[in-house]
Design a protein around this ligand. Structure first.
Ligand code: SAH
Length: 218
């Protein structure tokens, strides 16, 4: 069955309503999320669920995050249009596509080459030319491009990784899920000051773990 324009408008309204009701209230973030269709980022069996507020499986045993969590993390970054942002954990590329509408430059890295290749193809199709996607172990950041105004980590670390803290510009903000287990994780916002770091605990979350080294998918 093909959708007509009314169905698409209705679905979009429900999607935005779900985001707002979960606390995504920043107008710029909502506008960016309205622009990025989540459908193309989900391959395989779950495309019909792309507009529901739930995480879904993608290749390499990973997951595309729940849209409301993507919205809340994006909002927590307090982005400005001049920002250069690093995302650790490209996954499907959905989060990076939203960031690309809000900032000057996005670098996104994933340890799975296949995910980076697939996400890059979508960025090209959508003409999102300010995203650079690379295969790398993001726990070490991206020293060549540092410092970053903002860093978003979309996999759970035991602690905010030291190299990422070091690559945050003074005045910069990093959002990272932190937890010792799969079950109990907190979203943390780290703000770098002249003399150190401030830590805010934002909300409980559940992410796949940040894993060291490159993936074995080639
Ligand atoms: N932001 C993604 C969802 C990320 S899922 C989206 O919008 O779809 C978490 C991702 O983190 C996975 O793709 C996983 O491969 C990646 N990952 C885990 N550990 C990593 C590491 N050390 N370096 C880079 N990527 C990592």
């Amino acid at each position: 069955m093909t959708e007509d324009a009314d169905d698409i408008a209705e679905r979009k309204m429900q999607f935005l309503f779900a985001l707002r009701s979960k606390g995504v209230t920043d107008a710029r973030v909502l506008t960016a999320m309205e622009k990025v269709d989540r459908g193309p980022f989900i391959r395989g069996y779950f495309t019909d669920r792309a507009y529901e507020d739930m995480p879904l499986p993608i290749a390499c045993g990973q997951t595309i995050s729940q849209p409301s969590v993507v919205g809340l993390m994006t909002q927590a970054l307090k982005l400005t249009p001049r920002d250069k942002v690093l995302e650790v954990g490209t996954g499907s590329g959905y989060q990076a596509a939203i960031l690309s509408h809000l900032v000057r430059r996005v670098y996104t890295v994933d340890r799975h080459k296949r995910l980076v290749t697939e996400a890059s193809a979508i960025f090209q199709e959508l003409d999102l030319t300010n995203i650079t996607a690379l295969t790398a172990d993001g726990s070490f950041g991206l020293p060549d491009q540092a410092p970053f105004d903002r860093i978003i980590v979309t996999a759970a670390a035991e602690d905010p990784p030291g190299p990422l803290l070091a690559q945050l510009r003074i005045g910069g903000i990093m959002v990272v899920p932190v937890g010792q287990s799969d079950a109990v994780q907190s979203l943390i916002r780290v703000t770098r000051h002249e003399t150190g770091f401030d830590y805010d605990e934002l909300r409980p979350v559940r992410f796949v773990p940040l894993v060291e080294g490159l993936g074995r998918d080639g």
